[in-house]
Design a protein. Structure first.
Length: 167
């Protein structure tokens, strides 16, 4: 009777930057991945091939112990890489894939959790079921720093008319 050897947990880490963030590598190790492989200077055209190499070599059972992490500094580039990796998968060869360039998604999630907790404690309001309206072009007048908050590269329009900054 032969013994079955469990496959190791492998995390493939893609980044378009010259090096993978040591922070992200440490988090992967602390999360329990046994093999962590960083791929640096990854170009958009390389993502599908890297993804398919990672999934097809593990077999349908091994993919449950395989993950892909997309790091880097550019949020939009990471989203494009994430979409490419997802499209490269063919059932049943599908793995978990997660992007968190410069910790932007996990930081944003932590902020939302804190806001939700504060709203619940202070105002009895929950965020569940709420939505935010569409983002519109920014006003062109000078405005206070609070109105300069932005998502991606486009500033959002002020909820009320922009007030000139006091000089």
């Amino acid at each position: 009777m032969s013994e079955t050897i469990e496959r190791p947990y492998i995390l493939h880490m893609f980044t378009a930057t010259p090096q993978m963030s040591p922070f992200d590598v440490n988090m992967a190790a602390d999360a329990g991945y046994q093999v962590i492989v960083p791929y640096c200077n990854v170009e958009a055209g390389m993502v599908a091939n890297l993804t398919q190499d990672a999934i097809f070599s593990r077999g349908p059972k091994g993919v449950s112990r395989t993950g892909i992490f997309i790091g880097g500094r550019d949020v939009m580039q990471a989203v494009a890489m994430l979409d490419t990796a997802r499209r490269a998968m063919v059932p049943p060869f599908e793995v978990s894939v997660f992007a968190d360039p410069s910790g932007s998604y996990t930081t944003a999630a932590a902020l939302v959790a804190l806001v939700e907790r504060h709203l619940g404690k202070q105002h009895g309001v929950e965020l569940g079921g709420k939505s935010i309206g569409p983002i519109e072009p920014a006003c062109t007048k000078r405005r206070s720093p609070i109105a300069q908050v932005s998502c991606s590269a486009k500033p959002i329009r002020c909820a009320r008319p922009c007030a000139p900054m006091n000089s």
